[in-house]
Ligand binder design. Structure first.
Ligand SMILES: Nc1ncnc2c1ncn2[C@@H]1O[C@H](COP(=O)(O)OP(=O)(O)OP(=O)(O)O)[C@@H](O)[C@H]1O
Length: 497
């Protein structure tokens, strides 16, 4: 391949943040039509590399180029002008605007000065079709769920006709069928000669979508190789620097305890008569395809949403629907699906984000005890191996996976005895995933109830004691112990009504 095929390049790139070297003497090249996977643990430097190539960060030393132009001194707009389109992990759509409005945000098609709605909708349908997806372009994106929203983000980026398309974990919240759509779209885009950089923690998906993979560890490039030439085990070992630990704990028998939390006949826009029992001492998995009501079930259970009908009982007592704060006081903890929007306070320290769930534990006579805060936080930082320069580092500067672990640490600090985890391993690397699974198991062994919502059926099948499958806003099947089998759960989740 000739050098004219090189779309983006970093030469001897180094980038430091206070206390960490995020990129260290990195050489990186990506060419036309190539889909390059970027692999590495949480905090390895993947996002930093992406930010450098999109103009959001600048190297301390070394050089970065896009289509031969040095990026020094250029901002994100200039770099976008050179043909780089980036879809970040955290979505950037305007929730109550429609798909069409979001696709052309700020650049709506106009006729004689006025926004031309007809043209906008027609162009929106065309843009979605370009990535092979059919969505109602008049729906507010808020109503789409994370998969639909992710596809809108991708369509918007592809609509800029980029030379380099950067996707930061585009599928981390999607179920298998939707992942397929994204993969097909990306392959299609690459065939038009676009270079793609694709960050993901899912190895099976990398194998389907990528031609080559670059493994990053501690800010350095370990290796770049064709994906077909190494086994998953070999790649994971490169990522970790050592062979991975033993597998996650296996499923056990279901708990025979009386339910600590139960729902009967919940009805809302997405729930159609949901019954559910959560028992102490078990990990209960909630499986279901996109739109099955997974997230809505969880939100209703903890009181974040108020269902139109139905009953929720906590330790046998009926609770007022929608009373989120009261539920938290009574021992519930939740890690939300969208941690940016609902989970963290970006400017506060990691320590403060952790202890915020129960300040009494770290106060004396009603006054916050700084040393107790540090101590309590440090214990959990160590236990979950959260990678942060200091306990007081603003949590917003941590890598995505480490933020996720800190949200879990918060509920461990609060001593919550019913934990509802919505996609807790989203964006989390293999090692951190295992740590989270082990924590969940410890919590269950400790007599607490853990509810685990995930779009990755594999992980549910691996670690849950019981799995409830949702379809169309109802629990349609329940499996426990030996009945839990990957293919069975998948089949139940996708069965036709
Ligand atoms: N703005 C910032 N200020 C301080 N430190 C930062 C900042 N951004 C990133 N870092 C640090 O740089 C290192 C690399 O982070 P980066 O976000 O590139 O990791 P990553 O590989 O993308 O991880 P993940 O898979 O968790 O998203 C981490 O130690 C992170 O805490």
């Amino acid at each position: 391949m000739s050098n004219t095929d090189v779309v983006a390049e970093v030469r001897a790139g180094t980038k430091r943040y206070p206390g960490v070297t995020a990129l260290s003497d990195v050489d990186f090249t990506v060419r036309r039509g190539e889909v390059r996977a970027l692999l590495g643990k949480n905090g390895a430097g993947k996002s930093t590399l992406i930010k450098v190539l999109s103009g959001a960060e600048h190297l301390d030393s070394g050089e970065a180029f896009v289509r031969g132009r040095p990026l020094a001194g250029l901002g994100t707009r200039d770099v976008a002008g050179l043909g780089v389109a980036t879809v970040y992990q955290e979505l950037s759509l305007v929730p109550d605007m429609t798909v069409a409005e979001n696709l052309f945000l700020g650049a709506w098609p106009r006729s004689r000065g006025a926004i031309d709605l007809r043209r906008m909708r027609a162009e929106a349908r065309e843009a979605m079709a370009r990535i092979g997806v059919h969505l109602d372009v008049d729906s507010p994106v808020d109503s789409l769920g994370s998969a639909g929203q992710q596809l809108v983000e991708i369509a918007r980026a592809v609509g800029q006709r980029p030379a380099l398309l950067i996707l930061d974990e585009p599928t981390s919240s999607l179920a298998a069928a939707e992942v397929r759509q994204v993969i097909d779209a990306v392959r299609h885009v690459a065939e038009q000669g676009v270079a793609v950089i694709y960050v993901s923690h899912r190895m099976d998906e990398i194998r389907q979508v990528a031609d080559t993979a670059t493994v990053v560890r501690d800010g350095r490039i370990v290796e770049t190789l064709p994906v077909g030439t190494a086994s998953t085990q070999e790649i994971v070992t490169m990522m970790l620097g050592t062979a991975p630990d033993a597998l996650a704990p296996r499923a056990r028998r279901p708990s025979a305890e009386r339910p600590v939390l139960s729902a009967r006949g919940l009805v809302s826009e997405k729930l159609h008569g949901l019954d559910l029992d959560v028992r102490p001492g078990e990990i209960l998995g909630i499986a279901g395809v996109l739109g099955s009501g997974r997230t809505e079930a969880l939100r209703a259970l903890v009181g974040l949403d108020r269902p139109d009908a139905g009953e929720i009982r906590l330790r046998g007592e009926a609770v007022r629907p929608g009373a989120f704060a009261a539920m938290l006081r009574r021992g519930l903890g939740i890690t939300p699906e969208n941690r940016r929007r609902q989970g963290i306070v970006p400017l506060l320290g990691v320590d403060e984000n952790i202890v915020i769930s129960d300040l009494r534990r770290v106060s004396r006579s009603g006054v916050l005890d700084r040393r107790a805060v540090r101590r309590a936080a440090q214990t959990l930082i160590d236990r979950l191996a959260i990678k942060t320069a200091r306990p007081g580092t603003p949590i917003g500067t941590l890598s995505g996976g480490n933020q996720q672990k800190a949200v879990l640490a918060r509920w461990l600090h609060a001593g919550s005895d019913v934990l509802l985890l919505d996609e807790p391993t989203r964006g989390v690397d293999v090692e951190a995933k295992r740590q989270i699974y082990h924590q969940m198991r410890e919590l269950a062994d400790d007599g607490r109830a853990v509810v685990f919502v995930s779009s990755e059926v594999e992980e549910l099948a691996d670690i849950c004691d019981r799995i409830v499958v949702l379809r169309g806003g109802r629990a349609v099947a329940e499996l426990s112990g030996d009945e839990i089998e990957l293919n069975r759960v998948l089949a139940l989740a996708i069965a036709e009504e």
